[in-house]
Design a protein around this ligand. Structure first.
Ligand code: ADP
Ligand code: MG
Ligand code: MG
Length: 251
């Protein structure tokens, strides 16, 4: 599904290297987690995969189902099936959540060469998905994220993900200060959307999110590289021992 090879990234504006040779492969249907100390480059990796400005790839490659991601603009990446959970966290006063979602879904359908959904068709789909995810339909009528609680924003994010039906979901939860309930929502959402042809990359500083989303593989990132890869037990090791030894061992 996702294949990253020897990826080197620096800031565009200054001579600061952030990613120093990231290798990562996520097969279809798997959930991988990346953990690591603050400043190790976890968020940068997700930004670069989504095509955000300000970063320069100096070496290496990244592909989604064999297609070169780095060659695409952000809209093309979304159309190819990439979803970033923080892609739409903004508050948009005056724009109803439903309108916003329909615009996003139809933009993606258009890029994929599919017919746009009519208002009626869209309503049917969004209601069904909201019900599946136990999301209150009232949330669909409110302006996007305006006055939403942290938990409601998370629910909305999961709904966006469900509507866009991505193949590869990247969720950067590192700095979002999730409380236990919001964490539960994210985990339930991910678990509900797991499927054999969809993969997840969950980025988190803390182990506790992984109590609820059982990852197939855990990677530790430090100083711009993946320094260790293992099973879920690696997350527990971080919980009890911290990053110290894991990071220095890999030196
Ligand atoms: P993490 O998500 O693991 O905490 P980040 O990817 O946010 O790490 O940051 C990695 C390093 O790159 C940090 O030292 C950070 O300060 C630096 N960095 C990332 N983006 C920028 C930027 N736009 N301008 C300046 N420094 C940046
Ligand atoms: Mg950080
Ligand atoms: Mg981060």
């Amino acid at each position: 599904m996702l294949k990253i090879n020897n990826l080197h990234v620096k800031l565009e504006e200054e001579d600061k290297r952030i990613l120093k040779g990231v290798d990562l492969e996520i097969p279809a249907g798997q959930v991988h987690a990346i953990m690591g100390p603050n400043g190790s480059g976890k968020s940068t990796l997700s930004y670069v995969l989504s095509g955000r400005d300000g970063y320069e790839v100096t070496e290496g490659s990244a592909s989604l189902e064999g297609a070169d991601l780095l060659d695409m603009d952000p809209e093309e990446r979304a159309a190819a099936g990439l979803f970033l959970a923080f892609q739409y966290p903004v508050e948009i006063p005056g724009v109803g959540n439903m309108t916003f979602l329909r615009t996003a879904v139809n933009a993606q359908r258009k890029a994929r060469g599919q017919d746009e959904l009519s208002a009626g068709e869209f309503l049917k789909v969004v209601r069904a998905k909201a019900a599946d995810l136990k999301i209150d339909a009232d949330m669909l009528k409110r302006p996007v994220n305006v006055g939403f609680s942290g938990g409601e924003k998370k629910r909305n994010e999961i709904l966006q993900m469900a509507m866009l039906e991505p193949r590869m979901c990247i969720m950067d939860e590192t700095d979002s200060g999730l409380d236990v309930d919001a964490m539960r929502l994210v985990a339930d959402g991910v678990n509900a959307l797991r499927s054999p042809d969809r993969s997840f990359l969950v980025i988190t500083h803390y182990q506790r999110l992984l109590d609820h989303i059982k990852p197939d593989v855990v990677h530790i990132m430090a100083d711009g590289r993946i320094v260790k890869t293992g099973g879920p037990e690696l997350a527990l090791q971080v919980e009890t021992e911290g990053y110290g030894d894991l990071v220095t061992e890999a030196g």
